[in-house]
Design a protein around this ligand. Structure first.
Ligand code: NAD
Length: 485
C-alpha cells in the first residue's frame, strides 16, 4: 500500500479521509530542516461532531462484535504496521526529529506491539463474580463505555497514540482520537492502515488539530464518555477542569521530573550506560527520562568525569544519519524553551559541565533545531531547574550523603512519574523503592517495559493507570448484577 505522507493530511471520519469542514490547515514543519513540508487539518467542533456522529452509528454493532473478530482486526492492523516499518519510521523521524534508527527500533515496533498486546488481552479479560453463600450470586459485567476520546503528545507519536487506541477498541468502544498537531503524520498513516485492515467505518475516527480547537471539542462533547490524555501537566489540568463537571471518566498521564539515584555500590558499567540512555534518549524528550541525577558523594567526582566524557561523545546530527545519537528538538517553540531553561539554570548559579548551546549543522539540517546534550551541577532542590520539567537533553547532578538525603532530594518535586535506583544492596533497593513518591520505579535498569504492568504517575504526574488490565478496566464500565438464588 502507498504509505507516503501527502502534502495535505486529512481527517479519518466514518471510514473516509476528509478535509476539515472549515477548509483551514496548519503548517507541518520538519524540525531537522526547519522547513514546512506539509499541512494538517485545523479541525474544530464541527469536525468532532461529524466524528462522534459516525461513531454513534456504528457503536451498537461494534460493541457486540465478537472478541474473536476484534482480535483478528487489531492483529491485522499490527501486521500492516510491521509490513510498513520503513515508511512509518521515516514519517515519524521527519515529523519529530528523532533519529531514524530509533523510530525503526522502538517507536514503530512498539505501535504494532500495542495492537497485538490488547488484541490478545481482550481474549483473556474476565470480570468478577461474588457469591453470597446460599443467598445470591453477583456477577459484574464489563461493558464498553461508548465513545471515548484519546489525545496524545508529540514525543512518541504513534507509540503513545496506539497505546490508548488499541485497548479502547479491544474493549468494544468507538474512538475519537487526536494526535499532537506537532507530529500528525503517522496518525494519518494509521488511518490508511485501518482502512486497509477493514476496520468498520466510524469505529476509529482521527481528527487533527490543536488542543484548544479539536482537543477541547472532544473533551467537552456530551457524547464522549471518557478521555484518555497523555501530555503536559498544564493541559491535563485544563482538561480535568472541563471534563470533571461533566462526570467523564479521566485518565491523565502527565509530566515528570524523574530522579536517577546512584549509590556507590552499583554495577558501574551498567549504571553508566543506562544513565546516559535515561538522560538523553530521544533528545531527553521521554516523560520517563531521568532529568535529576543524584549521586552518592563518595563516587561523585568519578561519576561526573566519566558521565561528562560520555555525554560529549554523543553525536548530534541529521536524524536520517545512522551515526547520529541525538536528532532534532521537536519544534522551534520547544527548542527556544529548552535554551531558555539553560539560561535560567545559569542565572540560578548552575555550572554547565558540558553542552549548553544550540548546535549549528550544515547542509540539509542547517536550519534545524538542535541542542547539545547538557550536564549542569551546583543547583539545589529548590531551584526552578530542579523543580520544573524541561523535557529536553538537559540533566542536573546533585550529590547526597545518606539514603535519607537521597530520598529527600528525589521526592522534592511536585511530580511523581518514574524513578531509577542503582544499588547492589537488595534491602536498600526495596526500602528506597517503597518510599519514593513515583508511580514507576526501575531498580538497576531503565525503561524495561512489560506491557502488563500498571503505568502512570502520582502527584502532578497524573491520575489513573494505563497498561494491561488497568487499561481494559478504564475503557469498560463495571455493572454488577445480583441474582437471588
Ligand atoms: P501538550 O499537553 O501540549 O499536548 C498533548 C496533546 O494534548 C496534544 O495532542 C495537544 O494538541 C493536546 N492538547 C493541548 N491542550 C489541550 C486542551 N486544552 N484540550 C484538549 N487537548 C489539548 O503536551 P506535549 O507538549 O505534546 O507533550 C509533552 C508533555 O507530555 C510533557 O509534559 C511530557 O512529560 C508529557 N508526557 C507524559 C507521558 C506520560 O506517560 N506521563 C508520556 C509522554 C509525554
Amino acid at each position: 500500500m502507498d504509505l507516503n505522507v501527502p502534502y495535505h493530511l486529512e481527517n479519518y471520519i466514518g471510514g473516509n479521509l476528509v478535509a476539515p469542514l472549515n477548509g483551514n490547515f496548519l503548517d507541518n514543519i520538519n524540525p531537522a530542516t526547519g522547513q514546512v513540508y506539509g499541512q494538517i487539518p485545523d479541525s474544530l467542533k464541527r469536525d468532532v461532531d461529524a466524528a462522534v456522529h459516525a461513531a454513534q452509528k456504528v457503536f451498537p454493532l461494534w460493541s457486540i462484535t465478537s472478541v474473536d473478530e476484534r482480535f483478528r482486526l487489531l492483529n491485522r492492523i499490527a501486521d500492516i504496521i510491521d509490513a510498513n516499518l520503513e515508511e512509518l519510521a521515516l514519517a515519524e523521524s521527519n515529523d519529530n526529529g528523532k533519529p531514524l534508527w530509533l523510530s525503526k527500533k522502538v517507536d514503530i515496533p512498539r505501535a504494532s506491539a500495542n495492537f497485538r498486546f490488547f488484541a490478545t488481552g481482550i481474549m483473556h479479560f474476565a470480570s468478577e463474580s461474588h457469591a453470597m453463600e446460599d443467598k445470591a450470586v453477583n456477577y459484574t459485567l464489563r461493558q464498553p463505555l461508548g465513545i471515548v476520546g484519546c489525545i496524545s503528545p508529540w514525543n512518541l507519536p504513534l507509540y503513545l497514540f496506539t497505546w490508548k487506541i488499541a485497548p479502547a477498541l479491544a474493549a468494544g468502544n468507538c474512538v475519537i482520537a487526536k494526535p499532537s498537531e506537532v507530529t500528525p503524520a503517522t496518525a494519518y498513516l494509521l488511518s490508511k492502515i485501518c482502512i486497509e485492515a477493514g476496520l468498520p467505518p466510524g469505529v476509529l475516527n482521527i481528527v487533527h488539530g490543536t488542543g484548544p480547537g479539536a482537543g477541547e471539542a472532544i473533551v467537552t462533547h456530551p457524547d464522549v464518555k471518557a478521555i484518555s490524555f497523555t501530555g503536559s501537566t498544564r493541559a491535563g489540568e485544563r482538561i480535568a477542569s472541563l471534563a470533571a463537571p461533566k462526570f467523564k471518566k479521566l485518565s491523565l498521564e502527565l509530566g515528570g521530573k524523574n530522579p536517577a539515584i546512584i549509590f556507590a555500590d552499583c554495577n558501574w558499567e551498567r549504571m553508566m550506560a543506562d544513565t546516559i540512555r535515561s538522560s538523553f534518549s530521544n533528545q531527553g524528550e521521554i516523560c520517563l527520562c531521568g532529568s535529576r541525577v543524584l549521586i552518592e558523594e563518595s563516587i561523585y567526582e568519578k561519576f561526573r568525569t566519566e558521565f561528562v566524557e560520555r555525554t560529549k561523545a554523543l553525536t548530534v546530527g541529521d536524524p536520517l544519519d545512522d551515526s547520529s545519537k541525538q536528532g532534532a528538538i521537536v519544534s522551534k517553540v520547544h527548542y527556544e524553551k529548552i535554551l531558555r531553561c539553560i539560561e535560567t539554570a545559569k542565572k540560578e548559579g548552575g555550572k554547565i559541565l558540558c553542552g549548553g548551546n544550540a548546535v549549528q549543522l550544515t547542509g540539509r539540517c542547517e536550519n534545524g533545531y538542535f541542542i547539545e546534550p547538557t550536564v549542569i551541577e551546583g543547583l539545589g532542590p529548590s531551584c526552578q531547574t530542579n523543580r520544573e520539567e524541561i523535557f529536553g537533553p538537559v540533566v542536573t547532578l546533585q550529590a547526597f550523603k545518606t539514603e535519607e538525603e537521597a530520598l529527600e532530594l528525589a521526592n522534592a518535586t511536585e511530580y511523581g512519574l518514574a524513578a531509577t535506583v542503582w544499588t547492589q544492596d537488595i534491602s536498600r533497593a526495596n526500602r528506597v523503592a517503597s518510599k519514593l513518591q513515583s508511580g514507576i520505579i526501575w531498580v538497576n535498569c531503565w525503561l524495561l517495559r512489560d506491557l502488563r504492568t500498571p503505568f502512570g504517575g502520582v502527584k502532578n504526574s497524573g491520575v489513573g493507570r494505563e497498561g494491561g488490565w488497568e487499561a481494559l478496566r478504564f475503557f469498560t464500565e463495571p455493572k454488577n448484577v445480583c441474582v437471588q438464588l
